[in-house]
Design a protein around this ligand. Structure first.
Ligand code: 4AD
Ligand code: MG
Length: 478
């Protein structure tokens, strides 16, 4: 008999039918009520067993974590907390789980502890919820773009270019490192690709090439950054969504970013309600242990509803700096880093703007050219002659930057000057420059950090807890 998932059984409620449930034991109460989880939903199925029918020895083996198959008739449940249960006829233990060794017990484990047990943490309610939501958000992204006529583009993982120019790349090589250590010489021409290559930091440059023919494209893949920042918002391997649209300008780009974020959040509200409710509850319990000023001002679901039903604030970088300079926070010297026009805003500045000042998502445009990547379109100098680019960052409460993007420099001569300025040899990105030579046009795009989106939707505070196996400095276990 094919077995149904617990989610399917709760949905179809097949009263009086014989079904088989397969999953992992959570608890056994009174030697009678077995609660089984199979990952299809946060809910567990109650399986009613008895010593008489299944024997004392079998019941003893129903330890937390054991894999079981239970067959029996579905009935309306009289107990609280579930509407159906399975009156177990035959019970098979598929895999025992020794409680003296199994680290995931039915008690609260800290997230730090569970990170060390990342191979088993899927079995907890928290991580079950997070990874189901991660799936739904990935699906929502594809649906959002597909419904708007975007094509999904697979940009290369191995590349010779540094799109962001930040130099934070993982080198890819099959040269013999031991021999290099002995000889002290590296010759990229001898390497697999005949040149130096790295894991991609962004699929943007390739997405631009495709957008200038296919019109609307997006990438959705892993990206890699060897930045040595051990924060709760950075990973060395993270997933990024990068839409790129021909004929879009910076205003269209902001609209697309805001619409995309709101769509994903609404999708989660519509499809992940039980998991979100669980995570909301969890967050409230965690908050009780925290000082009052560190607690969430609103429960998770309320926060998400607020985001989808309100317009994001839109300000320029210059306005943002003015707000910071005029804040009491600044006057009382509470910022750790300096504030003045030209700075690359630190996360404390961004969080002040979204969490304290506006208390909602903010889109900042018009950043100083000097702190942004070479490909961003130059604006006319401002009244004071300062150079800015048509960049945009979308900041959200609790996270800071979730989206970074720009209108692209489509004017060949200006782009060539930017390359020279940023020390990017033209023969490294001749192909990129050629698109500006052959039918160039206005275009724009952005990158959204997928894990930051998941953090935002789930309320999880550490990015290591929203990706199955996080890669961070000094950590590549599993
Ligand atoms: O702002 P970033 O560096 O922009 C780009 O890579 C552009 N090429 C995007 C584009 O215009 N197509 O990165 C985009 C987003 C950030 O806003 C952030 O959400 C996320 O990617 N991100 C990271 N997420 C996790 N760990 C890291 N180390 C991240 N670095 C960036
Ligand atoms: Mg950025």
């Amino acid at each position: 008999m094919p077995h149904a998932t617990i989610a399917e059984l709760f949905a179809s409620q097949p009263i009086d039918t014989i079904v088989t449930v397969k999953g992992w034991v959570r608890t056994l109460r009174n030697d009678q009520f077995l609660s089984v989880s199979d990952g299809s939903t946060i809910r567990t199925m109650q399986i009613v067993v008895s010593k008489e029918q299944h024997g004392e020895n079998t019941l003893k083996r129903l330890q937390t974590g054991a894999a079981v198959a239970a067959t029996g008739k579905v009935q309306k449940s009289l107990g609280k907390g579930q509407d159906i249960e399975v009156i177990c006829d035959s019970l098979e233990i598929l895999g025992d789980c020794d409680p003296n060794e199994y680290p995931i017990q039915m008690k609260r484990h800290s997230l730090e502890f569970l990170r060390e047990k990342a191979h088993l943490r899927f079995r907890t309610n928290t991580f079950g919820a997070v990874f189901r939501i991660r799936h739904h958000l990935a699906f929502a992204i594809h649906k959002f773009f597909n419904d708007q006529g975007f094509y999904y583009l697979h940009s290369p993982i191995i590349t010779g270019s540094d799109a962001e120019g930040a130099g934070e790349m993982f080198r890819v090589t099959n040269l013999n490192l031991d021999e290099i250590a002995k000889s002290g010489k590296v010759d990229p021409a001898e390497d697999f690709f005949g040149k130096a290559t790295n894991l991609t930091v962004s699929g943007q440059l390739e997405a631009e090439l495709a957008a200038l023919a296919l019109g609307r494209v997006y990438t959705f893949g892993p990206t890699f950054r060897a930045e040595n920042s051990n924060t709760s918002r950075h990973l060395a391997e993270f997933w990024m969504i990068e839409p790129e649209v021909a004929f879009n300008d910076i205003m269209d780009n902001m609209d697309l970013g805001e619409a995309c974020l709101k769509y994903c959040i609404q999708y989660a509200l519509d499809h992940c309600r039980e998991d979100l409710e669980f995570l909301q509850e969890r967050e409230m319990n965690e908050d009780k242990q925290k000082p009052v000023d560190e607690r969430q001002s609103m429960p998770l679901l309320e926060r998400l509803n607020m985001i989808v039903s309100n317009q994001f604030e839109r300000i320029t970088y210059t306005e943002a700096i003015d707000i910071l300079l005029q804040s009491n926070h600044f006057k009382k010297k509470k910022f750790k880093y300096p504030v003045e026009w030209g700075i690359d805003m630190q996360s404390e500045h961004e969080r002040y703007l979204v969490e304290k000042h506006f208390q909602k998502p903010v889109i900042i445009t018009g950043y100083p050219a000097a702190i942004k990547a070479f490909y961003m379109r130059m604006n006319e100098p401002d009244a004071q002659g300062r150079e800015t680019v048509a960049a945009m960052d979308i900041l959200v409460p609790g996270i800071g930057e979730i989206i970074g993007g720009s209108q692209r420099e489509e004017r060949l001569e200006i782009l060539r000057k930017k390359c020279a300025h940023f020390n990017i040899p033209e023969d490294h990105i001749w192909w990129y420059l050629e698109t500006r030579k052959f039918g160039t046009c206005t275009h724009a795009g952005f990158g959204m950090g997928f894990e930051r989106l998941i953090m935002f939707v789930t309320g999880m505070g550490n990015i290591r807890d929203v990706i199955p196996f996080p890669r961070t400095p000094l950590n590549a276990e599993f």
